[in-house]
Structures are given as structure tokens and as C-alpha cells.
Design a protein around this ligand. Structure first.
Ligand SMILES: *[C@@H]1O[C@H](CO)[C@@H](O)[C@H](O)[C@H]1NC(C)=O
Ligand SMILES: *[C@@H]1O[C@H](CO)[C@@H](O)[C@H](O)[C@H]1NC(C)=O
Length: 629
């Protein structure tokens, strides 16, 4: 990102020094619509861009007054072609232009076109700019009896580094009083809509200041900070907890105690811009929903649910006037299968990024995703850039802690409420840790009681001594299994080595011989495994968690991993599957060589290869776990 920024700044400096490059483009038509019906200002512009020079143009510059540019929620440009694919062009860079005559300081963004514009070509570009904190309350302070008035400023002419042939602007206001608006040539008003233009043949950087002063009674709810914690549990649940810290950023209210009483007496007449409630649109099937503030659970919230959504009406304990703040927490649970999916052996979480509350501006949003313990190879994909870091969280049953992905974004608007994904790998065995840990503690507890009260000395005839003997036998057997599996893995490696030789030297015969030897060896290993597995299956010590009493503390740590029987079976099964995959891979490659289909090897082997890698990892993980017994 940093590199790009510098790179583009350089390009701009050159572009500005040699102005002809700038004037290659003209805008043959600009339609601009400004929506001022809520605290979030949305400006949609449709530009018809024409290349009037010679040579290709691959960038279009967009200029914004510096004041607006500081308040961007979103700036997005799409071309007609891309709209079909719903792809957003990336705005890569910015540059501050020196102040021109009466024009305000500008910040310029560049849109790189995926297809350069040839001589005489035209294209259409849709630009959406969403701003926060742009409507200024005027007057800044009001009483409860007053309506809330705000000011909006912009230019009646489209500010652009290019000449504009034909342009128009319309401003949509709330259905309420319009105190005043700038009147210049071609200004019309229809109900709550003001129209400027059309204006023709304007020079680059043409500017005509425009101010609208109007009534708006929408609440200006701004979350100065919102922390969303999304905790994934593979036992079937996604728990979402959201900590809000909200301020009403409309005109400050001069409320006294009497005023508040008056409000309570006649709530519908007074304080028309006060925030009385928030509406949160939660996903369908959300359950265990709560809403809590500093004092405790708030029961005045209401809930509606149908198959498409769950709507939570949050009523603060008192109506919020301008300048007032409130802090609260909402929490809800979601069914795991609606948000967690599997793809190519990895899992991915697909969940919405931002707050479910309508029309909220969020100055700073922190999203923390807590994944199950044992998740690995985490990767995040978001539809827009965010700051990212990783932490870990330890709760009562964790051993090493859960990985936490922390995403941060400033100036968040409702348009940011899009889905994002987190991909990770996870070994199913890790899931067994918790129940093993719980049952482990229970066994430990019982064992301690038995140890302390019954069996203080371990004599050779005591039950615990016999148990220990049994356990030693089980352990020895498991070690034998491990060693055989390791030999199998070594055999796999030999096959792989022979495949490498095949691609180097091309000796198909040698490769086949190795395969034959390997087949023999693996068959033998499989025979050796049989009695060992039979023993483990019949041994009660292997099926149960067996404590040797001499180092309880040490065992306590490892206890949760002990269910040798299941693990050994899983290990053998996985290894067998791995063998089959290896053999299939080998056959495909040898076959391709014999039929001289060298080019197709990659394609044909790829699916087997992926499986081999995944299985190999699983076998190694299992060996590691079993090693700790
Ligand atoms: C608040 O509500 C939640 C969910 O209904 C409940 O689990 C919790 O115990 C309640 N807390 C208090 C303080 O009532
Ligand atoms: C994420 O979920 C949304 C809503 O269900 C869906 O539209 C979108 O395609 C999903 N994204 C991915 C990458 O699966």
C-alpha cells in the first residue's frame, strides 16, 4: 500500500507539471445527486468521460474539497462494465492540489481504469461518496422546544480537474422546513428537492459556493467506539457481543431538570430530534438475545422475528438529546451452520462486518473474531481495506489459548456492513480437548480421593500397581504402532523419491520396481499392525483414562489427550487412506509417462496431491498427540 501511494504521487506530480495530460479528458456530462435525508451524506455522480486527446488514458482524477475529503466513509467508483460484475474499482491514491484562485483546497483521488480509454472513446463512471460528520448543526445549541437545523456546503458546479460540457445537480432534503439555500442562475425548487443547472461548458476547477440550511429531525447517532466480539465454537454456536458507546451529535440540547419533566409529560411534542430508540436488524435464527447497560438488563427492548430477519428495538432508559451519550451491550447467539463452511479441507467463517443498527456512524470499529483453540493458518479477506492484527485469548478450559483476529476500521457507515471471511485449518481432534479436559479433571478428582483414602502405599499386589502394569503394556503397544506407522511414512517417501527420479531420468521401469517393493513392505506392516490393534481394542486400560499415580501434576496437564484407543484407530485409518492416495498418485504418473501425456500430469495429479498433503498433516498431528500419552 505504502509503495503504491508513493508511486502514484510521483505520477501525479508529473501529470500536473505537464498539464496537457490532464486536459486530454473532458467530461461530456455530469449528473450529481446529493442525499441529505439523514446524518450520512451520500453523493452519487454519473460521469460521462471522453478522451479528447491523442493517446491512451488509464486514469481518471476525482477532486473533493479538502473539508469533505477528511470525512469520507466510502469513496467508490464503478464503470458500466464492472457494475455487471459488481466489481469496485480501487481508488489508489491522493494528492493535495494548491489552492486555485477562489477554489478551495482540493484532495484528488485517482481511479485506475482496467481498460485504457483510446482516442475519441467515451465511458461512463459512477462515483459514490459517503460522508460522515458533514452536516453542521446551526444553531449549535437548541432547547427542547426547537427544531434541529443544519448547514450543508458544497459547490454548485462539479469540481473537477477536467472541463465539463454539461452538468446538473439535485439535492434531496428531508420533508421539512428549508430555512434558506443559495440561489444562482438556473436554481429551482420542487418540494424537498433543489435543482441546480444545467450548466454548460465550464472550465476545469470551476467553483460556485453553495449553502443549504434546513431542518432535519433524524437522530445523529454516532458510535465513537464499537467493539464487536464474534466467538466461534465448533460445538454449534457463534456468540456475538457488541459494546456500544454512542453520542447524539446533533444540535446540543439545553435541557434543565424541568425540561426533562416536560419531556416526560408530553414526549411527542418536545425534543423532536431526540433519540428514543435504536433498531438492530439481526440475522434470522438469532437467539439468546440480551440488551444490557451500566445498570443491568433492560427489559423495555422488543423483539420481532420471522424467517428473514430478527429485529430488536433497543430503548435507552431515557431519550437522548443532542450532546448526550449512552453506553450499552447487546449480545446474541447464531447457529454455526449459517456462518461456518468448509472449502478444500479448510473452514471459513462468512459473517457481516459491521453493526446491525440502522443509520449509525461508527468513528472507530473494532471487530474481534475468536476462533476455537487449535485453529491454524488463519487468513482474512475483507471487501475493503482494514487494519489487522492477531491476539490470543485464554478462557477457563483453554490450554494454549484461542487465536483472535482483530480488525479495525475508522469512519464506518452502513455501506460497510458487508460480509467478510476468515479461513483457517482445524484438526478435529482439537475439539475433543475440552470434554477430555472436563472428564479428565473429574477422573483426577476421583483418583485423588481414591489415592488419599484407600491406597496410600503402592504395593506389588495393589490394584493400582496392576493398573500401572497394564498401562505400561498399553503404552509399549502404542509405541510399536507408532514405529510401524513411521516405517510406512518412510516407505511413502521412497515412492516419492522414485517419482522425482522418474521426472528427471524418465526410467519408468525403476519406478515400477520401487513400487513393487513398497507394496510388499506396506503389506507386511499392515500384518504387523493387526495383533497390536486387537490387543488395544481388548485392553480396558487403553479404552479408559488410566492414571499412574506417581506424577499427578504432570498427568493433569496431559490428561485431556488420553484416549489412546480412539486415537490409534484414527491414526491407522488415516495412514491407510494416505497409502491409497499415494498409490493412486503413483499409478497416474507412471501411466502418464507410459502414454507420453507429460503435459497432463499436473492436472491429473493435483486432486490426489492435495489430499496427500492434507492426510500427511493429519497423520503427523496424530502421531504428535499420541506421542504425548
Ligand atoms: C440478563 O439477561 C441475560 C440473558 O437473558 C441473562 O443471562 C443474565 O443473567 C441477565 N442478567 C441480569 C443481571 O439479570
Ligand atoms: C457470505 O454470505 C452471504 C450471505 O449469505 C452470501 O451472499 C455470500 O456469497 C457469502 N460469501 C461467501 C464468500 O461465501
Amino acid at each position: 500500500m505504502g509503495f503504491w501511494l508513493r508511486f502514484n504521487l510521483l505520477v501525479f506530480t508529473i501529470a500536473i507539471l505537464s498539464t496537457p495530460v490532464l486536459s486530454d479528458l473532458i467530461l461530456s456530462k455530469v449528473d450529481r445527486r446529493i442525499d441529505l435525508t439523514s446524518q450520512i451524506v451520500r453523493i452519487t455522480s454519473t460521469l460521462k468521460v471522453e478522451n479528447a486527446g491523442s493517446g491512451l488514458v488509464s486514469e481518471v482524477l476525482l477532486a473533493f474539497p479538502e473539508l469533505q475529503a477528511k470525512k469520507f466513509g466510502i469513496l467508490m467508483a464503478t464503470t458500466n462494465e464492472e457494475k455487471a460484475k459488481r466489481k469496485v474499482l480501487e481508488l489508489v491514491s491522493l494528492l493535495k492540489l494548491p489552492i486555485q484562485k477562489e477554489c478551495p483546497a482540493l484532495t484528488v483521488y485517482s481511479v485506475s481504469l482496467s481498460k485504457a480509454l483510446g482516442e475519441g472513446d467515451t465511458m461512463s463512471l459512477d462515483v459514490l461518496a459517503v460522508f460522515t460528520h458533514t452536516l453542521k448543526p446551526f444553531p449549535e445549541k437548541i432547547t427542547q422546544a426547537d427544531i434541529q437545523l443544519v448547514l450543508f456546503q458544497d459547490s454548485a458546479y462539479y469540481l473537477s480537474p477536467y472541463a465539463v460540457k454539461f452538468q446538473s445537480l439535485s439535492i434531496k432534503l428531508p420533508d421539512a422546513r428549508i430555512e434558506s439555500y443559495t440561489k444562482i442562475e438556473n436554481t429551482k425548487i420542487h418540494g424537498s428537492e433543489i435543482k441546480y443547472g444545467p450548466y454548460e461548458n465550464l472550465h476545469p476547477f470551476s467553483y460556485s459556493p453553495l449553502v443549504v440550511h434546513f431542518e432535519i429531525n433524524q437522530p445523529f447517532a454516532v458510535a465513537q467506539e464499537l467493539v464487536r466480539e464474534i466467538e466461534v465454537s465448533h460445538w454449534g454456536n457463534v456468540q456475538v457481543t457488541e459494546h456500544y458507546n454512542i453520542v447524539h451529535e446533533g444540535a446540543k440540547s439545553e435541557v434543565n431538570f424541568l425540561g426533562q419533566l416536560e419531556y416526560q409529560a408530553r414526549p411527542h411534542i418536545r425534543g423532536s430530534s431526540a433519540i428514543r430508540h435504536f433498531v438492530a436488524k439481526l440475522p434470522p435464527r438469532a437467539h439468546s438475545i440480551y440488551y444490557r447497560d451500566e445498570i443491568g438488563n433492560v427489559s423495555t427492548s422488543h423483539l420481532w422475528a420471522d424467517s428473514k430477519k430478527t429485529e430488536l428495538l433497543i430503548e435507552p432508559r431515557y431519550p437522548m438529546f443532542g450532546g448526550w451519550r449512552t453506553a450499552f451491550i447487546i449480545g446474541y447467539s447464531l447457529p454455526l451452520q449459517d456462518f461456518l463452511f468448509e472449502l478444500e479441507g479448510k473452514r471459513f467463517l462468512n459473517i457481516s462486518f459491521s453493526s446491525p443498527i440502522n443509520d449509525l456512524v461508527i468513528d472507530n470499529l473494532v471487530v474481534k473474531v475468536v476462533l476455537p483453540e487449535g485453529s491454524r493458518d488463519l487468513s482474512v479477506s475483507t471487501p475493503f481495506p482494514v487494519k489487522q492484527r492477531q491476539e490470543s485469548k485464554i478462557s477457563h478450559l483453554d490450554v494454549v489459548g484461542r487465536p483472535v483476529i482483530v480488525l479495525e476500521k475508522a469512519d464506518v457507515v452502513p455501506e460497510h456492513n458487508q460480509y467478510f471471511q476468515i479461513h483457517y485449518s482445524f484438526n478435529k481432534l482439537s475439539m475433543l480437548r475440552e470434554p477430555f479436559l472436563i472428564s479428565g479433571f473429574f477422573f483426577l478428582f476421583v483418583a485423588c480421593i481414591v489415592y488419599v483414602h484407600v491406597d496410600l502405599s503402592i504395593s506389588k499386589s495393589s490394584a493400582s500397581y496392576l493398573a500401572k502394569l497394564q498401562w505400561d503394556e498399553v503404552r509399549a503397544t502404542i509405541q510399536q504402532v507408532e514405529s510401524i506407522i513411521n516405517q510406512c511414512l518412510a516407505t511413502h517417501e521412497k515412492i516419492e523419491a522414485s517419482l522425482r527420479d522418474l521426472s528427471r531420468i524418465g526410467d519408468v521401469q525403476a519406478c515400477k520396481t520401487t513400487r513393487k517393493t513398497a507394496d510388499g513392505l506396506l503389506k507386511e506392516h499392515s500384518k504387523e499392525l493387526k495383533p497390536l490393534l486387537a490387543f488395544l481394542q481388548s485392553s480396558p486400560a487403553a479404552a479408559n483414562i488410566c492414571l499412574s499415580l506417581n506424577s499427578i501434576a504432570e498427568k493433569m496437564v496431559k490428561l485431556y489427550m488420553r484416549h489412546p484407543n480412539i486415537m490409534v484407530e484414527e491414526l491407522v485409518a488415516k495412514e491407510r487412506e494416505l497409502q491409497e492416495r499415494w498409490m493412486a498418485k503413483h499409478s497416474i504418473i507412471v501411466d502418464c509417462y507410459e502414454k507420453k501425456l507429460g503435459r497432463e500430469i499436473e492436472n491429473r495429479v493435483a486432486p490426489q496431491q492435495q489430499k496427500v498433503v492434507a492426510l500427511r498433516q493429519e497423520v503427523e498431528d496424530l502421531l504428535e498427540y499420541i506421542d504425548e500419552i
